[in-house]
Design a protein around this ligand. Structure first.
Ligand code: FES
Ligand SMILES: [Fe+2]
Length: 378
């Protein structure tokens, strides 16, 4: 039986109109059986973010990723095309590459030295003359779907639709930020002991910011931004970029030509299921969440600036203000979320009433439940 079924009354409350809604039952954050359902319905079927194209500038550059569908390789071929493959050898399954680097002209298996062109074709396979019917053309690396938008690379194990359909009107909403001009400059990776949804729910509400972040970014207000497609959006209102802390001045210049809405603040998004882009007037940062188990996640916080800012005098010092803010606020959030994860294991846990400021929290969970066939419209 579906692991969600025994919790259907609680799920009905979780999906009720916001004024009557309650938080999700705790099993959504703690139960390995529900995590397994999410893996099938969400992580293995939807686009997930890898990195930006400029992070692999040269032929042979590669990066590896541990994903809910197993290890994968992103590699730039000798023809400069980017491709994604399952990270295992077609002989007996050794891991081919680790970390990041440059493969040179070929990817060599460290076990028995089979080797592959960077476009995935098998090249060398010593001592295979005895293998009947062996055809090296049938033993190339197994591809993983890869698509790019504005320099952002997404992979998918079983695409249900093209990336642009998934993104809906996001490209239009962000058009005046010219995100194709962004350049990745910084990342930090944390390993929070909490469910992946807690990270994204937290990232979509400002109810907590005056408390958890009282010493960093402080209290904030947000407004709803309508979105079509598989993403959510709200805007934290501040005409001064919130990419640095309130006491820090001056931040980098505002992107030229921002539209009226974009000038009002920072867009916070969830690109379902596991990614947030925060898009400010002068920078972009991401929270890229990789679910590991019901109570473990990997969180990469990545930071980008417009290419035109990179050569400005003082950029080397100014970027530190942003990076410090991104990491400090990220660690504050992880601290509260790990405690929340612990509390959700209480046998006495009962879902609590949501605030009017929890609208996006509810929507983060509701999208996932819809993918798993749970819907209520009352
Ligand atoms: S597992 Fe790769 S060559 Fe044997
Ligand atoms: Fe936060």
């Amino acid at each position: 039986m579906n692991a969600l079924h025994p919790h259907s009354d609680a799920l009905k409350d979780a999906l009720a109109p916001l004024a009557r809604a309650k938080s999700m039952p705790s099993v959504l954050y703690t139960d390995p059986a529900i995590f397994a359902l999410e893996r099938e319905a969400l992580f293995l079927k939807h686009w997930f973010f890898l990195c930006r194209t400029e992070q692999l500038p040269n032929p042979g550059d590669y990066r590896t990723f541990d994903t809910p569908g197993g290890p994968i390789i992103l590699v730039r071929g000798q023809d400069m095309a980017l491709r994604c493959f399952a990270n295992y050898c077609r002989h007996r399954g050794s891991l081919l590459l680790k970390g990041q680097g440059n493969t040179g002209a070929r990817i060599m298996c460290p076990y028995h030295a089979w080797s592959y062109f960077s476009d995935g074709r098998l090249y060398g396979c010593p001592d295979m003359a005895d293998a009947e019917g062996f055809d090296r053309r049938e033993n190339g690396l197994v591809p993983v779907a890869l698509e790019e938008w504005a320099g952002f690379l997404f992979a998918n194990f079983a695409p249900q639709k093209p990336l642009l359909d998934h993104l809906g009107d996001l490209p239009q909403r962000m058009a005046s930020h010219r995100l194709d001009q962004m350049r990745h400059v910084w990342s930090v990776t944390l390993e929070p002991n909490c469910n992946w949804k807690l990270i994204l729910e937290n990232a979509m509400e400002t109810y907590h910011t005056g408390i958890v972040h009282r010493d960093t970014v402080g209290a904030q207000t947000q407004r709803d931004i309508p979105a079509t497609g598989d993403w959510l959006c709200m805007q934290v209102l501040s005409r001064r970029s919130i990419g640095t802390m309130n006491a820090d001045t001056p931040p980098l210049p505002t992107i030229e030509g921002l539209d009226d809405d974009a000038r009002e603040g920072t867009y916070f998004t969830v690109i379902h299921p596991t990614l947030q882009f925060a898009v400010a007037q002068d920078c972009l940062w991401w929270l890229n969440v990789t679910p590991i188990s019901a109570n473990q996640s990997r969180l990469e916080i990545g930071g980008c600036f417009p290419e035109s800012s990179l050569s400005l005098p003082g950029f080397a010092e100014n970027r530190r203000l942003y990076e410090h803010r991104w990491e400090a606020v990220g660690r504050e959030d992880v601290g509260i979320l790990e405690d929340q994860q612990k509390a959700l294991t209480s046998v006495l846990f009962r879902p609590g009433p949501l605030s009017g400021r929890d609208d996006k929290v509810q929507q983060v969970g509701a999208w996932g439940l819809r993918q798993m066939g749970v819907t209520w419209t009352t």
